[in-house]
Design a protein. Structure first.
Length: 298
């Protein structure tokens, strides 16, 4: 149990609601900031302002999946205004206080380092990224259906990258009856794609494969879908970029050529916030229980 453990949840979206529910079930003392517009209340939780003294008791701080922007502001769909977190605020927490975030950035790394607090970026974990790839790809399916006038079945789909999201996308779109081509840079991935019964190619040959492509799904967070690649695509093709901002597509050129290209961040939180929240909640809980065990031993 998390009895006696003090946790602040700062901002976020419907995924945080699942986490808060779990924390309450496990008897943690939960403080919320950035939830002032939530239309129902958790009776067991306490709403607080960032300048309150409660901060001195915190064992853990939970940030949203998006973490902070590069100036330290935290987004919250239930917040009246954005919350700011900085090194001075973190320094007021006890030394053992851990900071959990979905993804990190230079700002967050910097303030945690300056304050000497451990930062745990959850999306770096394989388990979360793999579970999370399921709602991501369900969202990708939804977007492909919405933005094309042909079936996925019997269409030619290129998937770039065979990481956690790429692998799930390749499997899912293949199961829908599409012909799947997967672009990678490693020979081991090339072999794996072949083993999966799909068609591999090396990224260096991407432009040679786009001439008959109906849908291109990018999961590589580097500019790989260049003007040269887009130039070869048929005009009805649809590019769905799942990679983190700013994506890997030359959107300017796609627009100039009249090819529909969309960057689609945060799909799990959009299409399945409850499932995505549960995925996060179960891992956060496990990590908090481990942290508490360590803290209790010291
Ligand atoms: P991942 O497991 O790290 O996979 C990334 C893939 O990109 C790998 O195949 C990797 O190949 C390839 N790659 C990376 N850098 C490359 C480069 N310079 N040249 C060629 N290939 C490169 O990541 P993931 O978990 O699948 O996530 C993929 C992206 O989707 C990330 O940007 C993530 O933030 C984002 N994401 C978006 C959503 C959404 O809702 N849109 C949801 C979840 C994740 P190697 O193995 O050869 O490095």
């Amino acid at each position: 149990m998390l009895t006696g453990y003090h946790i602040a949840v700062l901002g976020g979206d419907a995924r945080q609601i699942e986490i808060i529910r779990k924390l309450n079930e496990w008897d943690a003392t939960v403080y919320l900031a950035g939830f002032d517009q939530l239309n129902y209340s958790f009776t067991e939780t306490v709403h607080f302002e960032m300048d309150e003294e409660i901060v001195q008791n915190l064992d853990a701080v939970l940030l949203p999946v998006s973490g902070t922007d590069d100036q330290g502001y935290i987004d919250g769909v239930f917040a009246k205004e954005k919350i700011l977190i900085d090194a001075d605020w973190l320094k007021r927490t006890p030394e053992h206080c851990r900071v959990f975030t979905g993804i990190s950035n230079d700002y967050l790394n910097g303030i945690c380092k300056e304050a000497g607090r451990e930062l745990i970026p959850l999306m770096d974990r394989d388990d979360i990224a793999i579970y999370n790839s399921v709602p991501t790809v369900e969202g990708a399916l939804m977007m492909v259906i919405q933005h094309t006038d042909f079936t996925i079945h019997a269409s030619n789909i290129i998937i770039l990258g065979l990481g956690r999201v790429g692998m799930t996308a390749a499997r899912t779109f293949s199961a829908m009856g599409a012909t799947i081509f997967v672009g990678v840079r490693k020979s081991a991935d090339y072999a794996r794609i072949s083993e999966m019964g799909l068609s591999p190619f090396y990224l260096t040959e991407l432009a040679d494969h786009t001439g008959t492509c109906d849908v291109l799904i990018n999961t590589i967070p580097v500019r790989v879908v260049t003007a040269e690649v887009i130039q070869q695509m048929p005009s009805h093709a649809f590019i769905l970029d799942l990679a983190s901002k700013p994506g890997g597509t030359d959107f300017r050129y796609a627009e100039k050529r009249g090819i529909k290209a969309l960057l689609a961040p945060g799909l799990p939180g959009i299409v399945a916030p409850k499932s995505a929240g549960r995925i996060l909640a179960s891992v956060v809980l496990q990590l908090l229980l481990e942290s508490k065990r360590k803290d209790d031993e010291q």
